[in-house]
Each structure stands twice: as structure tokens, then as C-alpha cells.
Design a protein around this ligand. Structure first.
Ligand code: M6R
Length: 614
């Protein structure tokens, strides 16, 4: 399943509450049903069976079912939150899935592409399927392959699967043992003392342990309370490093804010600090992770990503082109992957992803690598697939981002792109010493300026109260402001469900201006001062047709007050860096408009945090 979450526990404590807690932490990913399975011991004969609980809807429904079942006891189990792909959301289609003989249970993230073929093969042997899911074939095939050796049966089973998976499996015949395996879907093992865990996401582990093993594609883990063994695709035991997570549970919780989105908006000054400070030494930008990247090898840069990460890429295109004087293209990954793009060993491809797991971005980067390009990834989640697949990786170090709508993820991506551009321009000698020094100073001041932009909070809330019932809005801007318009518009539409579009301000007159009517709200981004007068004439054009204009401009800009109905002034910075600051009131605006409209801000409908299928 795509945006699902999986978790598992084996130890000495009751697994039920631990699994349910893990599933609650995975809720942010978006899901429509949930379930858990445990190995349950029968006192009379000391035999084990598998017990399951499933519920359509929220994890809280599953919790209610669990509380009504006092006999649901066991110290080893697996859990799942499902986002329906194959088959409607229902208790039957919810995971875990059980083999027909009741001996095995599985939870699965991903998609088994050849499930139909395996299913009809097994049906010929008389095996009956209960659900409409692709996942059920895993557990039925496993039971079919089982000959007393759990590991062998699992290795044989996964060798038949094509597509993507992160799975956790338990057996009634192997108390205390969980097997977990991965291909193109995230999976981590949590290492404790006398108890061990697995999960698709760090947030499900962090309150229990900070020691994790990052699983790689093709690997299988055998997890018991006292030991974690990892095998390669051939079944040979391999040594894996245990990594310490430096996130604490407070970082993954709301810390008193009503929504993760607001917490993450407010965290931006700190997040930017974490991104920037360790990389500036003696007024120079130092990127340890790309120190051997020779920019003179390249004659062009291609940036690719999805959604907001693509919008960060649009800002990055402007900064890299301006400073490195090199042609830069930015393109959404879902298009690039199928376009047979022209690139070679002289192309540097920059892929951007908060989660590091976005399927289209992964496919695009693989395509570029095959064409000989060098891939540099800008990623937040450490150890994620994109980070591992790239030739070079710069982490944004923004900390966990839980809300579906990205905020600190986006601003830290732009900060990394800006630092990269200055670093690369320094290497290529396309920037003067003075300009380099001044950019470094402005980059270092981003956290403080972001903090000042956040001071607009109550003013933005008032503007949201004024404009929240506009059913259709336009965001306009030129150059860097246009890139910010794209992100401001996406932020608003994804959490408030209002129709909103971003336009390069000069394009309005070529069609869209027909949609401007009295009362329509136009948000005008006006921080790119070189083209301020041009944007002002677009403001005048929409005002002449009755639009109301909310403008965002730099502090000290007095003339904007004569043009717009409402003005938000943000701290002045270098025009190439302005997007980091200018987007902040737009994030707040989207938040308050969504709140006023009664929307589920952290989990907007139809969306998920990490889009791990096409
Ligand atoms: O994890 P990624 O940065 O690769 O995700 C890309 C997009 O799915 C993501 O930015 C999406 O557009 C956000 N919901 C926007 O807030």
C-alpha cells in the first residue's frame, strides 16, 4: 500500500499498546484503516496462534476494539495503517493479512506488481483469498513455500515479488520472531535492550529507542527480543551499522501547538540555523559532503523534484543561474522520467525531496543516472532511498516534518540551494569576493529574518479572517517572486481546498485576466525589486477590474501602500534569498484560511506526506 505505515515489536512487554502507539505516530501519513496482529499463547497446550484486530477509519477505532478484547495478549506482533490502493477501505482489506492456514500474518507497504499472476497460480492449488489486496499474495505464497524453515520460505517468497515492499511477517510456529524485508519502500529496525522493533518511519520508533538500523533494498532482518540479524538477498548474514537518531520525541510531537503545521512553521528559524550554521566556517561555505564535486566538469544543471520540492527547485534555478552563469533547468520529476531527457556526463542533476522516498523523484533520478549524469540529492530524511541512490547528498537537517503541507522542509531546501550556488560559484570563480562575502552574511542572517517574518503572525491571522471566504484566488509575481507564488498557491489549495492559481504576473493579460472580477483576491508577491514597477502595473490592471490585492513586499517599501488593499512587509534580504522569508507569511495565511474554513490542517483530504507510488 502506498502511503501506509508499518510497525512491529518483539520483547517482554505487551505488544498491543506498543503497536497502537506506533500506529498513532504514523497517522500523519494518511490512511483509511488500521490493524494489528500478535502471537497469542494458549496456556493449555503452550501452542501459539495468531490473533488479529482491524478497524476501518481512525486508529482510535482500533484502540476501542483492543480495549474491548482483554484476551488480546502477546509479546510479539505487527501493525499497519492502510491507504487503499487495491480494494476499498474495509476491515477485510485492512492489514495484517493472514495465510489460509492461519499460521502467518503480514503487513506491507508498497505495491506488488505481479500479484495477479501469483494469485491465480495459488488459486489453482486451491488456496482461497479473502481480500482484494495485492498484499495477501505475500502471505499465501509464504505459507505455500513453508517447509518448517521460516527464513527459507520468506527468501523464496520475496524472490518472486516484483514492485515495491517493506514487510513485517510473524508466524504462529516461531514465537518471538519477526521477519522484515524491503525493496524500494522505507524500513528501519529499532534496536532496544531485550526488545526490538521495526517501522517504516522513524516517528514510530523514536519514543522507544534511538538506535536504528537502516535496511537496504533486498535485505531481510530476523528480529527476536535479544538479537537482530540482517541477511542479504542470497540469505547470507551481513553486518549492519547501528545509527543513533538525534531526534527526540518532542521533535515528533506537537509541543503545545494545535497542529504540526503551525509547530513546523514556527520552527523555521531553528531549522534554518541547523541547516546553515554547521556549513559556514570562517565566512566560507564548507560542504564536507560534496568536497570532491568538481563543478568545472559540468556544462549544465538540471533540477528535478515534485510539489513544493519542485518549487524550491524553481528558486534554486534562479540562484544557481544568477551566480554560476550556467544554464539551469527545473522540471517536475513525473514529466522528466518519461521524457527521454538529453543529458550526459557533463550534466549535474539536483534532486530535491523532503522525505527522500517520492516515487517519481526516484524514477527520474534513476533515468538521469542511466544517461550518465551526476546526481546530487538535497534530502531531509537521513538514510532515505534518494539519499542512498544519489552520487552526492546534502541533508537539510530540518528535523522531522509531520504535517502533510511542507514548510520548514521547503525553506531549508531553498537555503541549501542558495548555499550550494554560492559554493559552486566560488569554485567556478563566477562570483566576486565582495558578492560572495555579502551572500554569506545574508545567508547567516536568514534564521533571524525568518523569526522577524514570523512576527507577522497576528496580522496575517486578521487578513485570513478578512479573505477566507474567497472561493478562488490568484498568486502573481515575477522572477523569484513567481517561484514563491507557485509555492504560496500550492500551500493554500492543499490545506484549505480553495481554488488557487499561480501566474507569472506578465502572463495575466494573455488570458487569465478574464477571470478577474469584483472582489476576487489577488496575492501579489513584490520582493523582487528589479521588476517591482512591472508587477505594480499588473496590480493596477487587476484592481481596475475590481480585484482586491494583498501584497507582500520588503520593509521600507512605501509605494506599495498606494497600490494594494493590504500589505505585509517582510525583512529585506538579498533578492536571491528573499523567497525563504517571503513564503513565511504565505504559509501562515494558508494555515489561518484553512483553520477558518474548518479543514483538517495536518491531514488534508486526498493527500499523504510521502508519495511512494506513481
Ligand atoms: O518528500 P518530497 O519532498 O519528495 O515530497 C514532494 C511533494 O509530494 C511535496 O512537496 C508535496 O507537494 C507537499 N504536500 C507540499 O506541501
Amino acid at each position: 500500500m502506498i502511503m501506509c505505515g508499518i510497525t512491529g515489536y518483539t520483547g517482554v512487554n505487551q505488544a498491543g499498546p506498543i503497536l497502537l502507539e506506533g500506529l498513532k505516530r504514523l497517522e500523519y501519513r494518511g490512511y483509511d484503516s488500521a490493524g494489528i496482529a500478535i502471537q497469542s499463547r494458549n496456556e493449555a497446550d503452550d501452542m501459539y496462534s495468531i490473533k488479529m484486530l482491524k478497524a476501518t477509519g481512525k486508529v482510535s477505532h482500533l484502540v476501542d476494539k483492543f480495549e474491548a478484547e482483554p484476551d488480546f495478549k502477546g509479546v510479539c506482533g505487527i501493525g499497519h495503517t492502510r491507504w487503499a490502493t487495491h480494494g476499498i477501505p474495509s476491515d477485510t482489506n485492512a492489514h495484517p493479512h493472514l495465510s489460509a492456514d492461519g499460521k502467518f500474518a503480514v503487513v506491507h507497504n508498497g505495491i506488488i506488481e505481479n500479484f495477479a499472476e501469483i494469485r491465480s497460480e495459488l488459486q489453482k492449488y486451491g488456496i482461497e483469498f479473502k481480500s482484494e489486496t495485492d498484499t495477501e499474495v505475500i502471505v499465501q505464497l509464504l505459507a505455500y513455500n513453508y517447509n518448517g524453515n521460516f527464513k527459507k520460505a520468506l527468501m523464496k517468497t520475496i524472490s518472486r515479488l516484483t514492485g515495491s515492499y517493506a514487510i513485517g511477517v510473524i508466524s504462529a510456529e516461531h514465537p518471538g520472531t519477526i521477519f522484515a524485508a524491503k525493496l524500494s519502500s522505507p524500513l528501519l529496525i529499532g534496536v532496544g535492550i531485550g526488545e526490538n522493533y521495526f517501522a517504516s518511519d522513524i516517528t514510530a520508533l523514536v519514543s522507544n529507542t534511538k538506535n536504528v538500523i537502516d535496511m537496504d533494498d533486498g535485505e531481510v532482518a530476523e528480529i527476536t527480543p535479544d538479537e537482530v540479524k540482517v541477511y542479504d538477498h542470497a540469505g547470507n548474514e551481513i553486518k549492519k551499522e547501528i545509527r543513533q537518531i538525534n531526534w527526540d520525541i518532542a521533535a515528533a510531537e506537537k509541543s503545545g501547538y494545535e497542529h504540526f503545521m503551525m509547530k513546523e512553521i514556527m520552527e523555521q528559524p531553528q531549522a534554518l540555523k541547523a541547516t546553515i550554521e554547521p556549513r559556514i566556517k570562517d565566512e566560507e561555505i564548507v560542504f564536507g559532503e560534496i568536497k570532491d564535486l568538481d563543478m568545472s566538469k559540468f556544462n549544465r544543471v538540471h533540477i528535478t523534484a515534485c510539489g513544493s520540492a519542485y518549487h524550491a527547485g524553481c528558486v534554486g534555478r534562479g540562484i544557481i543561474e544568477a551566480l554560476c552563469r550556467m544554464p539551469v533547468e527545473a522540471e517536475v520529476a513525473s514529466e522528466l522520467r518519461y521524457r527521454d531527457p538529453i543529458m550526459d556526463g557533463k550534466t549535474l542533476v539536483i534532486v530535491i525531496s523532503q522525505s527522500g522516498e517520492t516515487a517519481d523523484t526516484i524514477a527520474a533520478m534513476k533515468e538521469c543516472k542511466e544517461k550518465g549524469a551526476t546526481v546530487l540529492a538535497i534530502v531531509n530524511v537521513v538514510g532515505s532511498s534518494i539519499a542512498k541512490l544519489a552520487d552526492y547528498c546534502i541533508y537539510t537537517w530540518a528535523g522531522p516534518e509531520i504535517a502533510v503541507a511542507t514548510t520548514k522542509g521547503y525553506t531549508t531546501q531553498v537555503a541549501v540551494l542558495a548555499m550550494f550556488a554560492v559554493w559552486a560559484a566560488g569554485q567556478l570563480k563566477t562570483i566576486s569576493h565582495g558578492a560572495y562575502a555579502s551572500m554569506v552574511i545574508d545567508i547567516m542572517r536568514l534564521p533571524e529574518r525568518a523569526q522577524r517574518a514570523l512576527d507577522l503572525n497576528s496580522r496575517v491571522k486578521k487578513l485570513a479572517d478578512k479573505y477566507y471566504d474567497n472561493q478562488s484566488l490568484f498568486f502573481i509575481g515575477r522572477n523569484m517572486d513567481y517561484a514563491v507564488a507557485l509555492e504560496g498557491s500550492l500551500k493554500l489549495k492543499e490545506i484549505s481546498y480553495l481554488h488557487s492559481e499561480a501566474y507569472a504576473a506578465g502572463e495575466l493579460k494573455h488570458g487569465t485576466i478574464a477571470l478577474i472580477e469584483p472582489g476576487r483576491l489577488v496575492v501579489a508577491l513584490c520582493c523582487y525589486e528589479k521588476l517591482f514597477d512591472k508587477t505594480v502595473s499588473n496590480i493596477q490592471q487587476v484592481k481596475a477590474r475590481g480585484a482586491r490585492v494583498l501584497a507582500v513586499a520588503h520593509e521600507g517599501n512605501r509605494s506599495i501602500f498606494q497600490e494594494a488593499d493590504d500589505v505585509l512587509l517582510v525583512p529585506q534580504t538579498d533578492p536571491l534569498l528573499a523567497p525563504v522569508i517571503e513564503i513565511i507569511p504565505m504559509q501562515l495565511f494558508a494555515y489561518y484560511v484553512a483553520e477558518k474554513n474548518g479543514c483538517d490542517i495536518d491531514k488534508p483530504k486526498n493527500l499523504a506526506k510521502s508519495v511512494t507510488v506513481e
